[in-house]
Design a protein around this ligand. Sequence first.
Ligand code: KIV
Ligand code: ZN
Length: 519
Amino acid sequence: MSAPDHVRIFDTTLRDGEQSPGCSMSPQQKAVMARALAELGVDIIETGFPASSQSDCEAAALIARDLRETTLCVLSRCLPGDIETSARVLEAAARPRLHVFLSTSPLHREHKLRMSKDEVLETTARNVAYARSFVDDVEFSTEDGTRTEEDFLAEVIGVAIAAGATTINVPDTLGYTTPAEMRGLFQRLIATVPGARDVVFSAHCHNDLGMAVANSLAAIEGGARQVECTINGIGERAGNCAMEELVMALKVRGAYFEADTRIDTRLLVPTSQLLSRLVGMPVQRNKAIVGANAFAHESGIHQHGMLRDRRTYEIMNPEDVGWPSSQMVLGRHSGRAAVAHRLRALGHALEDEALDLVFAGFKSLCEKQRVVDDGDLQRLMHGDRDGDSDGYRLASMTVSDRGQRASAQVELSDPGGQRVSESALGDGPVDALFAALAAATDVDLTLESYQVHSVGIGNDARGEANLSVRHDDAEYQGTGTSKDIIEASALAWLDIANRVLRNRQPQDLTLSRLRERVG
Ligand code: KIV
Ligand code: ZN
């Protein structure tokens, strides 16, 4: 079997994405995003449209100083002034690309450019050659290319190649085309335009009819070897081709497309979440790959299948795109097997009567609320409406990392309301903190994973800590949220410790409480 063809990923989140309503970013935010895109493995980052604003110039220059391995591209109209501004901004770039565009369709020629066909041809030739006088890597885009007469489109592309363009981008600017049309167009252009086989053809699809990803994939089938896309599909109007969807379609259906990208797919979800936080635009829950429901299962039939073999209802592994795992959402449609499974993960291996009782309680809770989470299950188990009231609570803490070893002191109020304080040393502040908490509660947890991230932006940002630990062969997950990330870590640790302590209660006591509760 031959190696799959490499499709270049040209990311335009910082240009086409950023110019869409509600998505603007400061130069510093763009620099953060550009670093994440480089780590993700994109081949080309379009950093902005320098002639359009001082902020775009600053961002492009900032990113050019920072990223030396990725090709950095900026956009220009076919105007000498734009091209000069772009060339100045790109001076600091290690791998510069100049991207020039001109509309080619009858509507744009007549109403926007007021140019004849000959003027479009001449303007293309002159400006592509001028861009080539600054850099060797020049991309030319035929704006509204898919609504252009095909013979004229081919002529413009031929002129751009002759003038030195090394990448030819044919945008579906209005998201109007269908996949079959796109595939045919690329096939014919590449087969007939002089010099087409010496350059890279690129697709740039908008999503007005929801076909941006399908059209980009069809362009690849037609011979395109670069796709222009954005994280989360942000972009003008309904957006651009969503990178995460395109990349995973090529990966999951590799045998069909015989093409692949260099994207590290495990970074797709973190990068999507970073963008959401930076621009303050949440991703819809049912969005493919990066939406919260993309690997969530609620119906009893699906959950049952998933528990036997996840391939029954998943075509890719959530871990491969950066989710920690699939999610079994417990709600009205869930069955007993899924509830038992989740209870086991929380450390309650229930059988028969106890499970029947909890499941009955679960069903009646589902009449009142859409989703039953781990906290609700714990409350059902312990007949304790306000959950943590009988657990340890954090009263105060001090963590210092100044000496040879970090130290932490914690003061807790215990389940009986008494104060307990303990201190400990550790290899770092979090290690010391967890050791002090273990000493204060007499609960020993083996840390398996520890993740922190920020939720929200600006003054509203809060730190969220997620812990995964082992205790007596059971696995527990805990979450804590606070303005202070160390405090969030302590809350996550206590969240788990309190559950471990509740599970130490004898089962018959739990059963009698359950009977009382469920009636
Ligand atoms: O949609 C479009 O046509 C564009 C070009 C400027 C590449 O964004
Ligand atoms: Zn566009």
